[in-house]
Every structure is written in C-alpha cells, then in structure tokens.
Design a protein. Structure first.
Length: 125
C-alpha cells in the first residue's frame, strides 16, 4: 500500500491501565522544545533572546462512555498516546500525564483532556 505523503489526517489513541481509547475525531499536539523570546533593551530589540523549555502537549477529545471513570483517566500517569498520520508519520507521547481535566460537553458527549509528557516523532519511510 502506497503512503500518501500529501495527506495529514490520521487516527489517535491513548492507553490507560491496559484499556485503549480511540479519539472522538479531534486531537491536536504541540511537540514542545525551546521557546525563544526576543530580548528588548532601552533602545529596542537587542538581537538576543532568552530560552525556556516548553513541554510537549496533546489535547484529546474522547467520547463519554458509562464504563469510563473520568477521575481515573484524569489521574492516570505514564499514559502512552499514539498519533498515526495517513502520510506514514507517527508521533508518540510517552509517560503522559493529564495536565488539564478539561471539560465535558453535554450536547455531544465528548470530554476534552490535555496531556503532557515526552514527545517523539518517527518520519514516514
């Protein structure tokens, strides 16, 4: 099967305590890394910058399910999140932990959670 390198859609899943959850269709990720802020002096920009480490973040949207305890999910640690794009690229958030229990949308039954952890990227072959 040929890999469509122009396609950016894909699927994502997270695994908590041995149970794998498929995303409700919406997820986003920020790989993290160095965040640079320009330094400004009394005369304006100095051409220098300061650096701060920005952690990786994944925002997930899951379908509510009567068998899921959202307290357990929000308190879970070491959660692996796997994002597989249609172009063959794979992103992984390892040792994830919930940084924002987010919100529950009653009208469509979706729960939004934010995760942080170690981010790795595997290019398409």
């Amino acid at each position: 099967m040929a890999v469509d390198t122009q396609s950016y859609g894909g699927t994502a899943q997270l695994t908590i305590a041995g149970t794998t959850y498929q995303m409700a269709g919406k997820f986003s990720s920020v790989p993290g890394g160095k965040d640079r802020t320009p330094a400004v002096g009394p005369s304006g920009p100095t051409g220098k910058y300061t650096e701060a480490w920005k952690p990786a973040k994944v925002t997930t949207e899951l379908w509510d399910d009567p068998t899921i305890s959202w307290t357990t999910v929000a308190n879970a640690t070491r959660v692996p999140i796997l994002i597989m794009l249609d172009n063959g690229k794979i992103w992984r958030l390892r040792n994830g932990f919930c940084t924002n229990a987010g919100s529950f949308e009653v009208s469509d039954g979706k729960v939004t959670l934010e995760w942080s952890g170690l981010f790795t990227e595997t290019p398409a072959h």
